[in-house]
Ligand binder design. Structure first.
Ligand code: NAD
Length: 269
């Protein structure tokens, strides 16, 4: 792969599994040094396994434990990474989770956990990244931009999702946070965009693909006729993080095999 991110430092949150792990591997192949964030002691072995794969493929990085919903931990993560590597060029705001419930039965704890990680976590990480991008400014040898943030949103920033009001609210929130800060900092050459995955085969949605019946039912929602893979998101992330997309900021890039094309209307509704 062409080394479009050579010498750049990328923090990927929630990177010990699924999309975050896949994005980390592809960014490393593109030349970035990757900080593989994971939340707790129990996720460290999986993060180390991602790092081993990356090193075996000739890449470089570290693992870093930090719960992105906790302000003190996020501030420390950015300070430690900047102390070790000098700066941060790319943030992949990926960590996310679900706590599903019918709306009437949803507890405040379920609501707060999802908003705390998916939305507040993205706010905290983006804020620390923007501070560093403003401090450093543009260094032409690194990139045309002062920094790049990619928020992992979802098709559920536009598709309502019964039984998942907390999750859909978090992703809808990401959309306008992302666009607002993209607008605020475009003049400082900071680019901020979202990727909106459709159905990607990862642990978060195992129930939707682990049996042939479940997969068949899922594919009725995907015009392109296959489930997505973390590499589909990784390739989009490399493009949004590289100077190839230098004139792109404030967009939601749907990588969803057409899930947002209202497939139920394909035969006249
Ligand atoms: P996943 O469960 O494999 O990955 C989520 C990661 O977030 C895990 O590694 C988990 O350890 C980490 N995490 C959870 N809480 C954290 C915290 N407090 N601090 C740091 N890390 C934390 O699932 P995934 O599918 O890879 O999800 C990645 C992102 O993609 C999520 O934001 C998810 O909402 C989004 N997404 C996924 C799909 C899909 O179909 N898989 C679709 C749309 C959006």
């Amino acid at each position: 792969m062409e080394k479009k991110l050579q010498g750049q430092i990328a923090i990927i949150t929630g990177a010990s599994s699924g999309i975050g792990a896949g994005v980390s591997k592809i960014l490393a192949l593109a030349g970035a040094t990757v900080i593989i964030n994971h939340p707790v002691d129990a996720t460290k072995p999986a993060a180390e396994a991602v790092l081993t794969d990356i090193k075996n493929a000739g890449g470089n990085g570290i693992t870093y434990q930090c719960d992105v919903s906790k302000e003190d931990e996020v501030i420390k993560m950015f300070a430690d990474v900047i102390a070790q590597f000098g700066t941060v060029d790319i943030l992949i705001n990926n960590a996310g989770l679900q706590r599903d419930s019918s709306f009437a039965e949803m507890t405040l704890a379920q609501w707060n956990t999802v908003i705390g990680v998916n939305l507040t976590g993205q706010f905290l990480c983006a804020r620390e990244a923007v501070k560093e991008f403003l401090r450093r400014g543009v260094v032409p040898e690194r990139s045309k931009a002062a920094g790049k943030i990619i928020c992992m949103s979802s098709v559920h920033e536009v598709i309502p999702w019964g039984g998942h009001a907390n999750y859909a609210a978090s992703k809808g929130g990401i959309m306008l946070m992302m666009k607002s800060i993209a607008q605020e900092y475009a003049g400082k050459k900071i680019r901020i965009n979202s990727i909106c995955p459709g159905a990607i085969q990862t642990p978060i949605n195992k129930a939707a693909w682990e049996t042939p019946e479940a997969l068949q039912s899922l594919l009725t929602l995907v015009p392109y006729g296959r489930i997505g893979q973390p590499d589909d998101i990784g390739n989009a992330a490399v493009w949004l993080a590289s100077d190839d997309s230098d004139y792109v900021t404030g967009i939601s890039l749907f990588v969803d095999g057409g899930m947002t094309l209202y497939p139920g209307f394909s035969t006249n509704g």
